[in-house]
Design a protein around this ligand. Structure first.
Ligand code: FAD
Length: 818
C-alpha cells in the first residue's frame, strides 16, 4: 500500500534537484529525520539532469572554495556510503590561458590554492599538451593543473544523495506540486500542494529557476532569472582516454571534457540569452530548449581553434537547458528576510553541481542551529536590495551574468548591463566633472575623475590601471588640502521610540547609552562574536538614533536590526536612505571651507571628533558628523536630498582657492587602507571577531546590558586569540596588493591578505590580513619578522604592523587645533 500523503512534517523541501536532495541528506545526517522533499515531476527533472557535471574546487573566495572542496570529498565517498554509483572521477582540470593577462589571473588563483589547501601547479604549454594531447599548444601561453578537480554524473549523484537521505529517514514525494503557503506571525506554517496541505516548521525553497515564482507565493523575493545554457557532444576520431582532464579555456568561452568516449564542449559565452519563465511550458520535465547555433558559434569556433580535430567532428547532441543566474553572480542561500523559517537555496549560476554538497551541508546546519555556521554573507539572501527583484533588471543583467564565470576577473571590474538603476542627487553634476562611475547596490557612484580631455572609462589590468595617477591626485588633495566625496549611497535608518536605546544596546557591541549628539562606531555581532555589520550610530535625540551603513549592506543591516528587535519593544524603524544626500568634506582645509558657509564653530573644542550637530550651511540645514573614513580632519554633511545639489555647488565655489578637489571611491579606498580602517566584507566578516580584527576598542564589555555576541567575546578574551589582523606595507612600489594573497612569515605560510590598495602617501601598496599566531604572541612577534606576500606566484617582501602605517597615533584626525 502506498503511504498516505503527509499532513505534517518538521521540514518541507520544495524541489527534488541536486540541491533539495543534498539539503535533505545533510539534515538527516544532523538527526532531522522528519523531512519531506516535494518534487512536482521526478527527481532531477528540472535543471539538474542537463548538467555537464564539472566539479571544480578553487573558487575566488575562501567560503566558495570550502563549499566545493567538501563536495569533492563527499562525492568520492557517496558510493560506498549509499550503494549508489555517482559517476564521480577525479581526472583533474586544466585552466589554460591564451593571453599573458589570463595567465596572470590563473597564477593568482593558483597562489590562492596555497591558502585554501587545494593543490594547484602552473604548467607550460608543452606540459599542458602532455596532459591533453588533442590541443594545439601554439595557441597557449600557459596554464595550470588542479589534480583534485573532477567530474560527476549529475543524475546519479543526485540519486545517491536522495538514497542517503531516504536511508536517514527522509521521505521523497514525486508528482506533488507546491501551489502556495500559509503563514502566521511573520513565519511560514504550511505548504499547500495539489495533493493537500502539509503543516511545517521550516520550508526550504529549492525550486531552481522556479524559485522566484515559488518565493512570490509567500511574499519572499528570490532575485534570479533563467538563461539558456548550452553544450554539445561531438564525435572525434581519436580514442579519447577516460581520464582526460577537463580543459577550461576561459579566453575561448569554452570547457571541454570527456563524456563516455566523446568530447563534450560547453559554453560560457559573453552575451547570454535570458529566458523568460513564461516562455517555458507549465510542465517542463526533462525538457530541452531549441538548438541555437548562432549563439554557440563563437565558443565552438574557439574550441576548434584550440582542438583542431573538432573541425570535422560530427555533433551527436546539442544540449540546451535553462539555468538560473543572479544579478551579482552569487548564490541565493539562507533564511528569507521577509518570512521566518522560510529558507532558500537557488540561483546557482551554473555551479549547482559542484557546490551542491557544500550548500546542502551549510544550509542544513543553518536550519538546525538557527544561524549560519560559517561566513556565508557573500551568498546570503539577505544581501539583496528590494529593487533587485525587478524583472527587467534581472533580464538585462542575466545577459552578462552567464559569461562572467569565464570573463577576466579584473580588479575593479564593473557590471555593464542593467545600468543605471539608482543615481544620487549629484549624479549629473559629477558627470559634468568627468566622473567615471562604478556600480554598487544599484547606485551609480563616482569611482574616479578623469582630467579634462580624458575619457572617464576603465582600462582594466592587473597592474596600475589607467586611473592610477588621477586617483593619486585625489588622494593627495584629501591629505594635503581638502577633498569632497559624494557618499549619498550610504544606507541610513532611523530607529526611534522610547525603547530605542535599550534595543540598540542589545544589538550593538558598543555602549549606546551616550549623550545626544554622539556618533558611535560599532559592530553588530552574531552569537559567535563574528562581525555581522560595521556602522556608525548617531544619537539625534533622547529617543532617536540614525544608523549609517555601507550601501552594499544596507538591506542586510536593516534586516538584522528588524529581526533582533523585541516583539514588544516600543520602537519604529525607517529607511531614510533616499531622503538624504551625503557630502563628505575631508582634509586639513575642511574646517576653513565649512566655516565660510556656516556660522557653526567647527573648532576642536566646540565640535569634537565623534560628535554631530545640526548646522546651517548655505540656505540649508544639515546634520554634520565629525567622523572620517580617510584618516583626516573632516565632516560628513547629511542634507535633505533636494538641498544637496545647491550646497555642493557652494562648496565647490568656495573651496577652489583652498585646493578643493572631488574624490571618488578609489581614492577613498586608498586613504582608508593606509589608515587601517577596516572594510566589512573584506577585512571583517561574520567569521572574524572584533578582538581578532583589532577592534576591541569599539566593544564595551563594561556596559551593563547584555548584547549579542558578548559571551563569545568574553570567552575569547579568556582563552586568547589564535589569529589577528595586521597591516602590511610592501617594500617596493611596484607590486599591487588586491586581496586574498598568501602571506609568509619567516618563509612559513601564516595567512592571507583581506584587502589591499596603493597608499599614495606611503608610496607603496598597503593591505590588511589575518595571520595565525602562537599563544601569547606580542607586538614584537608580529613585527620583528620577515614577511613575503605572494602575487601571481611571485613573492614580494613586506612589513607587518599591528598599528596602521599611516598616522598610527591618530594625530591628524583628532588634533587639528585652530
Ligand atoms: C547545460 C547545463 C550544464 C551545466 N553544467 C554544470 C556543471 O558542469 N557543473 C555545475 O556545477 N553545474 C552545472 N549546471 C548547473 C546545474 O545543473 C544547476 O545549478 C543545478 O542543477 C541546480 O539544481 P537545483 O536543485 O537548484 O535545481 P533543479 O534541478 O532545477 O531542481 C528544482 C526542482 O524543483 C522542482 N519544482 C519547481 N517548482 C516546483 C513546485 N511548485 N513544487 C514542487 N517542485 C517544484 C522542479 O521540477 C525541479 O526538479 C549546468 C546547467 C546546464 C543547464
Amino acid at each position: 500500500m502506498s503511504e498516505a500523503f503527509p499532513t505534517q512534517s518538521q521540514v518541507v523541501i520544495v524541489g527534488g534537484g541536486i540541491i533539495g536532495c543534498s539539503i535533505a541528506y545533510h539534515l538527516a545526517k544532523l538527526g532531522r529525520k522528519d523531512v519531506v522533499i516535494l518534487e512536482r515531476g521526478s527527481l532531477t527533472c528540472g535543471t539538474t539532469w542537463h548538467a555537464a557535471g564539472l566539479v571544480m574546487q578553487l573558487r575566488a573566495t575562501h567560503t566558495m572554495t570550502e563549499l566545493c572542496r567538501y563536495g569533492v570529498r563527499l562525492f568520492a565517498a557517496l558510493k560506498d556510503e549509499t550503494g549508489q554509483d555517482t559517476g564521480f572521477k577525479q581526472n583533474g582540470s586544466l585552466p589554460i590561458a591564451r593571453t599573458p593577462e589570463r595567465l596572470a589571473e590563473i597564477a593568482r588563483i593558483t597562489s590562492l590554492g596555497k591558502v585554501f589547501d587545494v593543490e594547484a601547479h602552473m604548467l607550460s604549454p608543452a606540459e599542458i599538451k602532455s596532459h591533453f594531447p588533442l590541443l594545439d599548444e601554439g595557441k597557449l601561453v600557459g596554464g595550470a593543473c588542479i589534480p583534485g578537480d573532477g567530474q560527476t554524473t549529475s543524475i546519479d549523484t543526485t540519486m545517491a544523495l536522495a538514497r542517503g537521505a531516504r536511508q536517514g529517514g527522509v521521505r521523497i514525494i514525486e508528482n506533488a506540486c507546491a501551489t502556495g503557503f500559509e503563514t502566521a506571525n511573520g513565519a511560514v506554517t504550511a505548504v499547500i500542494t495539489d495533493r493537500g496541505t502539509i503543516k511545517c516548521e521550516t520550508l526550504v525553497n529549492c525550486a531552481g529557476i522556479w524559485a522566484r515564482k515559488i518565493g512570490r507565493m509567500a511574499g519572499v523575493n528570490v532575485p534570479l532569472y533563467a538563461a539558456e545554457h548550452m553544450y554539445v557532444t561531438a564525435e572525434v576520431d581519436a580514442s579519447i582516454p577516460a581520464d582526460l582532464p577537463i580543459l577550461r579555456d576561459t579566453d575561448g568561452y569554452v570547457y571541454v571534457k570527456e563524456d563516455a568516449g566523446k568530447l563534450l564542449i560547453g559554453a560560457f559565452e559573453p552575451n547570454a540569452k535570458p529566458l523568460p519563465l513564461s516562455s517555458l511550458p507549465e510542465k517542463f520535465e526533462f525538457g530541452e530548449l531549441q538548438e541555437d547555433w548562432d549563439q554557440f558559434e563563437l565558443p565552438m569556433t574557439r574550441a576548434i581553434e584550440m582542438i583542431p580535430m573538432l573541425e570535422n567532428a560530427g555533433i551527436r547532441h546539442f544540449m540546451n537547458g535553462p539555468e538560473s543566474f543572479t544579478p551579482d553572480n552569487r548564490f541565493i542561500v539562507g533564511e528569507a528576510p521577509e518570512l521566518r523559517n522560510y529558507y532558500v537555496a537557488a540561483g546557482f549560476n551554473s555551479q549547482g553541481i559542484l557546490s551542491a554538497a557544500g550548500v546542502g551541508r551549510v544550509l542544513a546546519e543553518w536550519i538546525v542551529e538557527g544561524q549560519a555556521t560559517m561566513d556565508l554573507s557573500e551568498i546570503d539572501i539577505a544581501r539583496f536590495h528590494h529593487f533587485q527583484i525587478n524583472r527587467r533588471y534581472l533580464h538585462d543583467r542575466t545577459s552578462e551574468s552567464l559569461g562572467l564565470l569565464y570573463a577576466m576577473h579584473w580588479p575593479h571590474r564593473q557590471f555593464e548591463t542593467a545600468r543605471p538603476v539608482r543615481e544620487t542627487p549629484l549624479h549629473n553634476r559629477l558627470a559634468g566633472y568627468n566622473a567615471c562611475f562604478g556600480e554598487a547596490a544599484g547606485w551609480e557612484r563616482a569611482n574616479w575623475y578623469a582630467p579634462e580631455g580624458v575619457e572617464p572609462k576603465y582600462e582594466y589590468s592587473y597592474q596600475r590601471q589607467n586611473w592610477f595617477d588621477y586617483v593619486g591626485e585625489e588622494h593627495k588633495a584629501v591629505r594635503q588640502r581638502v577633498g569632497m566625496f559624494d557618499l549619498s549611497s550610504f544606507g541610513k535608518t532611523v530607529i526611534q521610540g522610547r525603547d530605542a536605546e535599550s534595543q540598540l544596546q542589545s544589538i550593538c557591541a558598543a555602549d549606546m547609552a551616550v549623550p545626544v549628539g554622539r556618533v558611535t562606531y560599532t559592530q553588530f555581532l552574531n552569537q559567535r562574536g563574528g562581525i555581522e555589520a560595521d556602522l556608525t550610530v548617531t544619537r539625534l535625540a533622547e529617543d532617536k538614533f540614525m544608523v549609517v551603513t555601507a550601501a552594499a549592506s544596507q538591506g542586510r543591516d536593516y534586516n538584522w536590526i528588524r529581526r533582533h528587535l523585541d516583539d514588544n519593544a516600543f520602537v519604529t524603524m525607517e529607511d531614510i536612505t533616499s531622503a538624504y544626500g551625503v557630502l563628505s568634506v575631508m582634509g586639513p582645509n575642511s574646517r576653513q571651507l565649512l566655516s565660510r558657509l556656516s556660522d557653526t564653530d567647527f573648532s576642536n573644542q566646540s565640535f569634537p571628533f565623534g560628535t554631530c550637530q545640526e548646522i546651517e550651511i548655505g540656505y540649508a540645514r544639515a546634520y554634520a558628523l565629525r567622523i572620517t573614513y580617510v584618516g583626516e580632519l573632516g565632516w560628513e554633511l547629511y542634507l535633505p536630498t533636494e538641498f544637496t545639489g545647491p550646497i555642493f555647488d557652494l562648496l565647490m565655489a568656495e573651496g577652489a582657492d583652498l585646493g578643493l578637489r572631488l574624490a571618488g571611491y578609489h581614492a577613498l579606498d586608498s586613504l582608508r587602507s593606509e589608515k587601517g580602517y577596516r572594510h566589512w566584507g573584506h577585512d571583517i566578516s561574520p567569521a572574524d571577531t572584533p578582538l581578532e580584527a583589532g577592534l576591541g576598542f569599539a566593544v564595551s564589555l563594561k556596559k551593563n546590558s547584555d548584547f549579542i555576541g558578548r559571551k563569545a567575546l568574553e570567552r575569547q578574551k579568556e582563552i586568547g586569540l589564535k589569529r589577528r589582523l595586521v597591516h602590511f606595507l610592501m617594500d617596493h612600489a611596484d607590486p599591487i596588493l588586491l586581496h586574498d594573497e598568501p602571506v609568509f612569515r619567516n618563509g612559513e605560510l601564516v595567512g592571507m591578505t583581506t584587502s589591499g590598495s596603493f597608499g599614495y602617501s606611503l608610496g607603496r601598496s598597503v593591505g590588511m590580513g589575518y595571520i595565525n599566531m602562537p599563544e601569547g604572541a606580542d607586538k614584537a612577534w608580529f613585527e620583528e619578522a620577515s614577511y613575503d606576500i605572494e602575487l601571481s606566484g611571485e613573492r614580494f617582501a613586506a612589513r607587518a604592523s599591528v598599528r596602521p602605517f599611516f598616522d598610527p597615533a591618530n594625530e591628524r584626525v583628532k588634533c587639528q587645533a585652530i
